[in-house]
Design a protein around this ligand. Structure first.
Ligand code: SF4
Length: 213
């Protein structure tokens, strides 16, 4: 990325981290995806029970590979050939994890996390259950405010995810959300995580690269 543009984006990341801290969600900035894996390893202990929310970012950064290293007890929802019932069981067990790793659909400069889920397992675990939650997000996920977060999901994240998952929803054709009532709809639960009473449970790693949708 152009270094002048990066300098501006890093100021934006610093502002966001300052406000995340005010909301009791400590934030960390790392420049590269490799450093993101190192930070994750630093925030976790060997042998921990770990689970993840559905995320392209966790694959792109190599975090999924790190979790598969044998260092942790990983509830791996991505094992090939899992049946729906086995996945469902992993989702339920994930609430008991020591650490839950996920990305987020958007982070506002005011220090809020905005997410939209289809099944709801990811947002539910972010809100309650796992002892610790680590959110990893590319710098492209930072938005000015909740309105921009909503737009980001309607115009980028959700249609891109629908295209990836081949949901058969109308946004695949239009390229933007038309608030469908399709069977394949992935937008069912809308959440904003703001000030947290449980300090430091949610930690946010912002990576100075474009990651995920
Ligand atoms: S509500 Fe439907 S049309 Fe809108 S983004 Fe979600 S799946 Fe696509």
């Amino acid at each position: 990325m152009d270094k002048n543009l990066m300098a501006i984006l890093e100021k934006r990341a610093a502002r966001t981290i300052e406000n995340l801290a005010k909301n009791n969600m400590p934030g960390f900035y790392v420049k590269t995806r490799e450093q993101a894996v190192e930070k994750v390893a630093e925030l976790m202990k060997e042998g921990e029970l770990v689970a993840v929310g559905g995320s392209m970012t966790l694959f792109e950064t190599g975090i999924i590979e790190h979790l598969r290293s044998g260092r942790y007890s990983f509830l791996d929802r991505y094992i090939e050939g899992l049946s729906s019932a086995q996945k469902e069981e992993i989702y339920r067990k994930s609430f008991l994890a020591d650490t839950y790793l996920t990305s987020t659909n958007a982070i506002t400069e005011a220090g809020e996390l905005y997410n939209v889920d289809g099944t709801g397992n990811r947002v539910a675990a972010m809100i309650y259950g796992p002892k610790s939650v680590i959110v990893v997000a590319g710098i492209n996920k930072i938005v000015r405010d909740i309105n921009e977060a909503v737009e980001r999901v309607r115009r980028i994240a959700a249609p891109a995810n629908c295209t990836r998952l081949d949901t058969g929803t109308p946004c695949i054709k239009t390229g933007y959300c038309v608030n469908c009532r399709s069977e394949g709809r992935i937008c069912c639960s809308y959440t904003v995580l703001g000030y947290q009473r449980q300090k430091d449970r949610i930690k946010v790693i912002i990576v100075g690269e474009d990651l995920g949708y």
